[in-house]
Design a protein around this ligand. Sequence first.
Ligand SMILES: O=C(O)CCC(=O)C(=O)O
Length: 281
Amino acid sequence: MDFVRLTPEQRRSFEEDGFLVVPNALPAEAVGRLVEACDRLAQPLLQKPELSGRPEYNHLDLRPGLLREEALFDLVANSSTVPLVVQLLSPNIHLHSTTLIYKRHESPHDPPFRRGWHRDIRIPRDLGHKCLPLVGIKVCYCLTDFHESDCGMTLMARGTHLRTEPLVIRKGEVDPEGVEVCDLRLNAGDALLFENRIFHTAAPNRGNRVSKVLIYGYAYRWMKPEVYLEVPDGRHLEKADPVTRQLLGGYRDVDTPPWALQRWAERHGVRPEPVPWTVEV
Ligand SMILES: O=C(O)CCC(=O)C(=O)O
């Protein structure tokens, strides 16, 4: 994995907003290759006739099996985004989730499907909204343009990663009050990084094309990966470079240091300060 330095401006924007846009994270050729592979995975949706009034049938959220496609496997240690995740979290990370989301056109007369503001990984269910830790970052790769409002991009409530209470939504409304809801304009090839604490929601695709994104979630290695990533595929691990192998759960034991990314971070001078157990006084 090549090195890309996180700029102070990117760190500030991520820490303030809870998300960060990386323009042109993927060249057009890579987007083309990914779309070809993702369209193959999305065949069951793409072949089905469109059903008006049934948004649930016009939507695909596919999680297991994505890495069997070579183009998607190659994205696990993508150089324009994963180095930023390492610098925002630490070298002690692995891949936590993979999701392919396709949304066909939804009529404005249909009820919004899957609209539901939430924080990721359900951590607040156990820890509440106060003192929530940052433990993971998702990288959402745009495979289509998102140039208009309501065209399928996940909505972000800016700055709510630091919020210590639930969102307030007026009866009959779908969006929260008192926070800035961002419906970002993005190009195919851009990546949106967002952290686990930020409130976000699925939004309908009112546009006239199928909206397509791939979302890879990275988290600290002590976070259990989603069940479909739990047992890494041996064939994949064999052909993977050391960083990809770590990201795919190559070190099963959390007490094993994250050698690959630790060495990578050292080489590039971005190793985090060690945290000692005790100090001498
Ligand atoms: O379908 C979407 O746009 C929502 C995605 C989402 O909520 C998530 O990845 O946590």
